[in-house]
Design a protein around this ligand. Structure first.
Ligand SMILES: *Cc1c(COP(=O)(O)O)cnc(C)c1O
Length: 213
């Protein structure tokens, strides 16, 4: 069970359970699944696709205190919709995207997505770009910069992700950012050991997603 794993990882790392926010990743599951998870007490949800969540948003908008995080890549032509339906955007990776989000006029919590590997398919800012990008985001009056987010290259062995988690934690410390969004179903225990404040868990909560062509 997810909650038991979180508590065990916090104990192992001598951290308080309160330091870790569980984000239930509901992509490819219907609004009913979000409502059922909300009824169990979860208040943070993650979605990957602006378009998909736009279709569910009306059916979950009444859930008091629920917060919705965009954790997938954001195209700059979808910033208006995204700012309207999400409370937080974890995937800011350029100054242009930050400015467009801020111009919508809704206050948003944001994280900067960091690309720590050379995998071509991954979005995110490079570590070298971070100081300039952080300064740009801080100039955006409607954005509140919370921290850094990353997604290591896929590997079923959670130990393979540990160096990436350590690197993200090191960068956040160096840059003076408090929040770290890292860790998924199979490796969030390792992420918590390395300082995650926000874990993004889909499969371990909702079950396997349908594969899409
Ligand atoms: C889908 C997804 C997750 C959740 O993955 P699971 O393995 O189902 O827990 C977390 N983060 C991002 C960015 C994702 O796209």
């Amino acid at each position: 069970m997810v909650e038991r794993r979180i508590v065990a990882a916090c104990e192992k790392a001598h951290r308080s359970r309160d330091e870790v926010t569980l984000i239930a990743v509901s992509k490819k599951f219907p609004a009913d699944a979000i409502r059922a998870t909300y009824a169990l007490g979860l208040r943070a949800f993650g979605e990957n696709y602006v378009q998909e969540f736009a279709g569910k948003h009306a059916d979950v908008a009444d859930l008091a205190e629920a917060r919705f995080h965009l954790i997938g890549h954001l195209q700059s032509n979808k910033t208006r919709v995204a700012a309207d339906i999400f409370d937080a955007i974890q995937t800011v990776d350029s100054a242009k995207l930050a400015r467009r989000l801020s111009e919508v006029g809704q206050p948003l919590d944001v994280m900067i997505e960091v690309k720590l590997s050379e995998e071509d398919s991954k979005d995110g800012a490079s570590p070298a770009e971070l100081p300039t990008l952080i300064a740009s985001v801080r100039e955006c009056s409607n954005l509140r910069l919370q921290g850094l987010m990353t997604m290591p290259p896929w590997n079923e062995d959670p130990e393979a992700a540990r160096p990436y988690f350590q690197e993200l934690a090191r960068l956040a410390r160096q840059l003076g950012l408090a929040q770290l969004s890292m860790g998924m179903s199979h490796d969030f225990d390792t992420a918590i050991e390395e300082g995650a404040t926000c874990i993004r868990v889909g499969t371990a909560i909702f079950g396997a997603r349908q594969a899409h062509a």
